[in-house]
Design a protein. Structure first.
Length: 472
């Protein structure tokens, strides 16, 4: 009987909410009555029907629609092992399918998308997992690789299926902004330059580790030699690594004439307690360093081969103070040669994360931190900025010295890196040589600003005052 009563009351509630005049007061009366009688199933269904009814009414009253920009599109939620695809658009039914990330399965995905006339695809830039999909689908569809932070769904509604549908909706409405994807030749060059940077970092780590082992053995070569991996240092280290042992006095013959430390200090620095463990560690680290140096040389040869078509741009970028050939190659590898991807130099600087972010509140503009951008390019520009700041008789050097007292070294270096990037943008875009402004340009700029300021002040004091066009 109770089960039948529950069913009857449920049907009554459903019919009740089909009546538009159902008031909120009547809802709460029913809600209270059912709850007092302990009929939890009924009062739960009551809440469900009320919520659905009110939500539908609210949507009918104030629905917001966006103009459809893309006729047929697909949203991809990409993972390591699978990809969830949702297609939407005019003349097709919304469908969602899941595929594995093996090449054969991705080819089936391509055939399915072609069958339904899909022209655009949107997917998040999830690590490196987007690359296999781009390799298979990139030639047949226009792919928008979007920043995951820019397309977050409503909290509490995250599933693979919903994420792919959300991307598809945003794509159709034209609300997505694709990330910069350089052509394959630039991507290959980028892989090599980043790998070379990683190898150089590994050598640096091994050198530091090598020096720590020497310190542990009471060998203080780093105190008397500027570079223990120079000619003098390596000859001494080779003798120290000899299993037969060594005599510090015998190592003085390897000291180069340009070494500034006295021979007595060098002799004292060589008196240590070198064990078999120390020799094993030092030989192993040294062998690994030689292997890394060989690998770096091979990678550099391959980089030079890929850079052959870009030698003109590399030479022009190398004209900037602080930018050598490796720096110019690194810039091209990160930003490419098609400056049409960036509407202006400001957009490029923002993409690189080398310009301040926007921080405005209550009508006041506050100092903003630099944005998150291409960390490889930002690191490279920082290195080039340090080199440019040390140049003499250049605009970069003068600008750094004018900023460092007011802003500090770190902000001044970021500013110089920003100027190097802007100069590179116009060198590549306009196909021109670098023009050195010189340190006097900064003085002339300050003078022009002062003249404009004083003219404005005089205008406020005497509005009818006119200035001669040649007045300085």
């Amino acid at each position: 009987m109770r089960a039948k009563a529950v069913i009857d009351l449920s049907d009554t509630i459903e019919e009740l909410f089909l009546i538009e005049e159902t008031s909120i007061s009547r809802f709460f009366l029913l809600f209270t009555a059912f709850r007092q009688k302990g009929m939890n199933i009924i009062h739960s269904r009551l809440i469900l029907y009320w919520t659905k009814n009110k939500t539908k009414a609210a949507m009918d009253k104030g629905s917001i629609e966006f103009e459809q920009v893309v006729e047929r599109g697909c949203g991809l939620d990409v993972h390591k092992e699978n990809v969830v695809a949702t297609i939407q658009g005019k003349g097709i039914k919304t469908m969602t399918k899941s595929y594995s990330t093996f090449t054969g399965s991705l080819e089936k995905l391509r055939a399915w998308l072609k069958k339904h006339g899909i022209t655009h695809i949107a997917m998040e830039s999830t690590g490196v997992y987007w690359k296999p999909i781009f390799n298979v689908l990139g030639d047949d569809f226009e792919i928008l690789l979007v920043n995951a932070r820019h397309v977050k769904n409503i909290p509490g509604h995250k599933t693979d299926k919903r994420d792919s549908r959300w991307l598809a909706k945003l794509l159709l409405c034209g609300l997505l902004k694709g990330s910069f994807i350089p052509p394959r030749s630039i991507r290959e060059l980028r892989d090599l330059t980043r790998y070379r940077k990683k190898l150089i970092g590994q050598i640096t780590s091994d050198r530091n580790r090598f020096q720590k082992i020497l310190e542990d053995a009471n060998i203080k070569l780093s105190v008397v030699l500027t570079d223990i991996f120079g000619v003098t240092g390596m000859k001494m280290i080779s003798a120290i690594l000899d299993e037969g042992g060594y005599h510090p006095e015998d190592l003085l013959q390897f000291v180069h004439g340009r070494v500034k430390a006295s021979r007595s200090d060098i002799l004292e620095s060589l008196r240590g307690h070198v064990t078999g463990h120390h020799r094993f560690m030092l030989r192993t680290i040294l062998s690994n360093m030689h292997r890394l140096e060989t690998t770096i040389a091979e990678v550099t040869v391959r980089i030079d081969e890929l850079c052959a078509p870009y030698n003109l741009e590399i030479d022009r970028l190398s004209e900037m103070p602080g930018v050598d050939r490796n720096g110019a190659v690194g810039i091209i590898a990160e930003i490419g040669l098609d400056m049409g991807q960036f509407p202006s130099s400001h957009h490029l600087a923002s993409w690189a994360g080398i310009c301040p972010g926007t921080n405005e509140s209550a009508g006041k503009n506050k100092s903003g931190r630099i944005t998150h951008g291409n960390k490889y390019l930002r690191s490279l520009l920082t290195e080039l900025g340090w080199a440019g700041s040390r140049s003499k008789g250049t605009y970069f050097g003068a600008k750094y010295r004018s900023l460092v007292g007011r802003r500090g070294k770190k902000k001044a270096i970021i500013a110089i890196g920003h100027k190097i990037l802007v100069a590179a943008y116009f060198i590549i875009k306009d196909n021109v040589h670098f023009k050195e402004l010189g340190p006097e340009h900064l003085d002339n700029f300050r003078k022009d600003k002062l003249v404009a300021y004083y003219k404005k002040q005089l205008k406020q004091l005497q509005p009818n005052l006119e200035f001669d066009g040649h007045a300085a």
